[in-house]
Design a protein around this ligand. Structure first.
Ligand SMILES: Cc1cc2nc3c(=O)[nH]c(=O)nc-3n(C[C@H](O)[C@H](O)[C@H](O)COP(=O)(O)OP(=O)(O)OC[C@H]3O[C@@H](n4cnc5c(N)ncnc54)[C@H](O)[C@@H]3O)c2cc1C
Length: 545
């Protein structure tokens, strides 16, 4: 089914003025990209391109931790079943089994590299529980600073290993060629070197037989999100423009509880980790009623989609006249301040003391289950293109991610692809394809785009809302032009438009509710929809099938 909306076929950019040749080029420096760099580096020359500073992605913001079976009373089978249960019938069981089986090794590996997880009785680390997990199996660091510890550990290891790191460099589009036997393949990637304001200093091409995209998700296409500003879906848009399919884009996990700081708030909002409910906090509406009582057997620890939908429904009922947030009561948690120092600080920054007061919360875009169709080894349908981490759709998360499986996936998949590329590289290809004309939309369109997505393509989706979002995106696409000045923000805005167009097309096509995709006109899952939707760009339009 083609959408009516056109999207740019290439990003407009100045002519390349330099080239670099390497074995492996990686876009992105979160858990996935850094793990890939580290695993490939002992054997290969590796260039790591990242559009901001190393720690600008979601990884350093992760609070809860990494899921892995380390308790002898737990089992790989339990973790597999919990993941499949959350995934709403769309997980690839083989990929889940591989991830879950390798997760404990990934934790031990991070510890070997110097990661300091909070100490406890299971192989020296403490384990907590999060929504949808039947057992305590979440490894954490610094209380709620787990991602920062993973980022620190991998940053230091990558620098020590001699990976060539280029910060403030933006991966624009793939350079495509053909192998000797005529197979379409990746020859390299076009990169813009940015100045401190995000302007383009120069453009060049990094030639490499292997390009690894590890650019994270696309939470920033929403006005209300827990994701940092760098998470704009660039790598997925780049792959779509290169003719590679993306799958499951409609499945966006809305974290049930980000700190609510007023109805006009936009941009990255502070997360109140699920681990807070894991330690006993409960959700209340403004009239003091329990939000999750009777909704799900696991009540406040139900999977995220269930909790986010229950909150959205309760907000629509507007108890005590409040329709834009509910409350988290964490006052019963002992030593809250020590266990959750970042959350305590975020709350106190806005004048709320979580030790003595209710925390106002609402759902926000948090994690994207979809991405470029790839295996857990990162391979895609395009030779030489590998995609790992949140940018990939490996089938591990299905229609809804189980909490804390994603950092683990980044480390496992990144390491697998890096190791595989150490063993053998794809064939080097000459760049051959003539580039299509490029276009960009101006960065000021980001606000209209993000507001439309939050308003119409959020937790509960209506047919009228999806049509309204399409119409707004179509108007924005009409503004795409080769005359817009290329900057980081314009590249991002154009990528966000491509991603938003694909998300809306997929959300319209999936006429059912499943996992974290909820339609008010099709409230139940349908057996006929127990399948994936693939998005592609064909002749400048997004097609979904
Ligand atoms: C607030 C928060 C809390 C979370 N808590 C948890 C948790 O407890 N457990 C868990 O498992 N998961 C958690 N997640 C999700 C998890 O953090 C992410 O899924 C994971 O870190 C993604 O890792 P990644 O390496 O794929 O991408 P990221 O860490 O997002 O890194 C992407 C990288 O790509 C770079 N980049 C993007 N575009 C370009 C481009 N065009 N050119 C060059 N570089 C580019 C970015 O700058 C960044 O370095 C959380 C996420 C958030 C936002």
């Amino acid at each position: 089914m083609p959408s009516n909306n056109l999207v740019p076929r290439q990003l407009a950019a100045p002519e390349p003025t330099w080239t670099v040749t390497t074995d492996v080029v990686i876009l992105g420096s979160g858990a996935a990209g850094l793990s890939a760099a580290l695993a490939a580096r002992p054997v290969r020359d590796v260039v790591l391109i990242t559009k901001d500073v190393l720690a600008a992605g979601s990884t350093s913001w992760a609070q809860g931790g990494l899921a892995a079976v380390l308790d002898p009373n737990d089992s790989i089978e339990n973790h597999v079943q919990d993941t499949l249960e959350a995934g709403g019938g769309l997980c690839d069981e083989a990929a889940v089994r591989t991830l879950v089986s390798e997760a404990p090794t990934a934790i031990r590996y991070l510890m070997e590299l110097g990661a300091s997880f909070d100490p406890g009785a299971h192989e020296g680390v403490a384990l907590t529980r999060e929504g949808g997990h039947s057992h305590r199996r979440i490894v954490h660091a610094g209380g709620d600073q787990s991602g920062a510890e993973v980022q620190r550990t991998l940053d230091e290891s990558v620098r020590l290993a001699g990976v060539q790191v280029v910060e403030k460099a933006f991966g624009i589009d793939l350079v495509i060629g053909h192998t000797k036997s005529g197979v379409r393949a990746v020859a390299g990637v076009k990169v813009a070197i940015l100045d401190s304001n995000g302007g383009v200093e120069s453009v060049g091409i990094v030639y490499a037989p292997a390009v690894i995209v590890a650019t994270g998700g696309y939470g920033q296409v929403y006005a209300s999100t827990s994701n940092p500003p760098a998470v704009t879906g660039d790598g997925i848009a780049l792959a779509l423009r290169a003719g590679v399919a993306a799958s499951d884009l409609e499945f966006i996990q809305f974290h049930p509880t980000v700190l609510w700081v007023g109805s006009e708030a936009t941009g990255q909002q502070a997360l109140i980790s699920e681990a807070v409910r894991g330690e006993g906090a409960i959700l209340l509406d403004a009239a003091g009623g329990r939000v999750m009582a009777g909704v799900h057997p696991q009540e406040d620890l139900a999977p995220r989609d269930v909790v986010a939908a229950a909150i959205s429904r309760r907000m629509a009922e507007a108890p005590a006249g409040v329709d834009d947030h509910v409350y988290l009561d964490a006052r019963r948690i002992e030593n809250f301040e020590e266990r959750f120092p970042s959350i305590t600080a975020s709350c106190r920054n806005v004048g709320i003391d979580p030790v003595t007061e209710l925390i106002p919360v609402s759902p926000a875009a948090h994690y994207v289950c979809g991405g470029v169709k790839a295996t857990l080894d990162g391979t895609t349908s395009l030779q030489g293109l590998f995609v790992v981490g949140e940018a990939a759709c490996t089938g591990v998360h299905g229609a809804n991610r189980l909490a804390s499986n994603s950092l683990t996936e980044g480390v496992v998949a990144g390491t697998r692809v890096g190791r595989a590329l150490s063993w053998s590289l794809p064939e080097i290809v000459e760049p051959q394809e003539v580039e299509a004309d490029g276009a960009l939309i101006d960065s000021y369109h980001r606000a209209a785009l993000r507001n439309a997505m939050s308003k119409y393509v959020g937790v509960l989706r209506t047919p009228d809302g999806l049509e309204a979002a399409s119409a707004i995106l179509r108007t924005l696409a009409d503004n795409a032009s080769a005359a817009v000045v290329p900057t980081r923000k314009a590249f991002e805005a154009t990528n966000m438009l491509t991603i938003a167009t694909a998300v809306v097309a997929a959300a319209k096509a999936r006429t059912e509710s499943r996992g974290c995709h909820r339609r008010t006109d099709f409230a139940e899952p349908l057996a006929a929809w127990e399948r994936h939707l693939m998005c592609r760009i064909v002749d400048g339009r997004v097609e979904v099938d």
